[in-house]
Design a protein around this ligand. Structure first.
Ligand code: PLP
Length: 371
């Protein structure tokens, strides 16, 4: 007989090195609890959470460099630039859907829509391609794990409806050359979607060009429930033009509002409220401090691992991939460390807000014991 749910708790984050989610900010946790019974999918009925979603989208617009939207005088116009999704998967799927459907109405419409993406793109693009009936054409990355611009250029033909760049890859934390990809996209007449689901809250401080300040970037995925420190579920989809979201809108006869652009109907008010609260508390200095802390820690960890003779992939964002013999990897996991591997087999540590110098020192001590 299992114990009652009331006596159970979630995992501790002490030994979690693999996850791209983290402990929510205390204000985000409180906001999530307060708005548990709301549904932002029906904004005319649940007006309080609809207002908070507006705030959250305004915050995400600032994070991604969509300054025109933030300055817009009419608040409803701002809401047309994005919404709080269930996560990066929904955001990526919706970006593909919007691009496919907008291309369908163009004079040059294709019957075989293709999405071109680097092979480093998150597996959510494979789901999107399968659900939406588009071909996902993946192209190689360079030796350092970033999208190969020449390979992307060669893959863009008349059937292409979208080019994808990743700003913070899931496996290595690499940032694709977004300005070069954006130029390509403009030349090919397709939108560029930037997947910054994980990297988006670090990138404003890292010196990369990655968001809407790069001309040609049409849509961006950025997830509050990852580095943004909101409660799950809170993803973000942002669009430069309101038409990109209008293309997603479906009539909703029995709701108080006339149409809905989100993929899911009923949505988590807890996620939306916690995203708004986290942004309110952490943008901009809180996120900047976390970027600097996590980057320092990632560089320190990389040095420590290299000092032990392990091959380390130089971190670009706070994610460290390194060689670890398979037996040691398993032994470390048996000691309770939640650690995952890249497709090529390296171990990867995601330096999330819950990962501290103390926890990494304990991890290294276990490694020393095992190696
Ligand atoms: C770059 C990237 N995109 C998309 C996703 C999917 O996000 P979610 O799991 O919130 O659907 C992830 C998840 O780790 C990711 O790293």
């Amino acid at each position: 007989m299992q114990s009652p749910v009331a006596e159970r708790g979630p995992q501790s984050f002490d030994r979690v090195l693999s996850s791209m989610c983290t402990e929510p900010h205390p204000a985000a946790r409180r906001a999530a609890e307060r708005f548990l019974t709301t549904n932002p999918g029906d904004p005319a009925t649940y007006t309080a959470i609809a207002e908070l979603e507006h705030d959250a989208v305004a915050g995400l617009a600032t994070v991604t460099g969509l300054t025109d939207a933030v300055d817009a005088e009419t608040p409803t116009a701002l809401a047309a630039h994005g919404y709080v999704t269930s996560g990066g998967t929904e955001s990526n799927l919706q970006a593909v859907r919007s691009a496919r459907d907008r291309a369908e109405t163009a004079a040059t419409a294709t019957h075989d829509p293709v999405v071109v993406a680097p092979e480093s793109a998150h597996f959510s693009f494979h789901k999107a391609a399968s659900v939406l009936g588009v071909e996902l054409r993946t192209v190689p990355t360079d030796d350092d794990g970033r999208a190969d611009v020449d390979a992307a250029a060669a893959a863009l033909d008349d059937d292409a409806v979208l080019l994808v760049g990743v700003a913070g890859t899931t496996e290595y934390g690499r940032v694709d050359p977004i300005p070069a990809l954006a130029d390509l996209a403009v030349d090919a007449g397709v939108p560029l979607h930037v997947d910054a689901a994980w990297g988006g809250f670090h990138l404003p401080f890292s010196g990369h060009d990655w968001g809407f300040d790069v001309p040609g970037v049409a849509t961006v995925t950025v997830d509050p429930h990852k580095v943004g420190r909101a409660a799950v579920p809170a993803g973000g989809l942002l669009a430069r033009e309101r038409e990109a979201l209008d293309a997603l809108a479906i009539d909703t006869p029995y709701l108080e509002t006339a149409s809905q652009a989100s993929l899911t109907g009923t949505r988590s008010g807890a996620g939306v409220a916690s995203a708004a609260a986290a942004l309110d508390h952490l943008w901009r200095d809180g996120y900047r401090r976390e970027y600097e802390r996590a980057m320092d820690l990632a560089n320190w960890l990389a040095d420590e691992l290299a000092g032990r003779g392990l091959g380390v992939v130089d971190p670009e964002l706070p994610l460290v991939a390194f060689d670890l013999p398979a037996a040691t990897f398993e032994a470390v996991r048996e000691r309770g460390w939640r650690l995952s591997r890249t497709g090529a087999g390296e171990a990867r540590v995601v330096v999330m807000p819950h990962v501290s110098r103390e926890s990494l020192s304990a991890f290294l001590a276990d490694l020393d014991d095992l190696l």
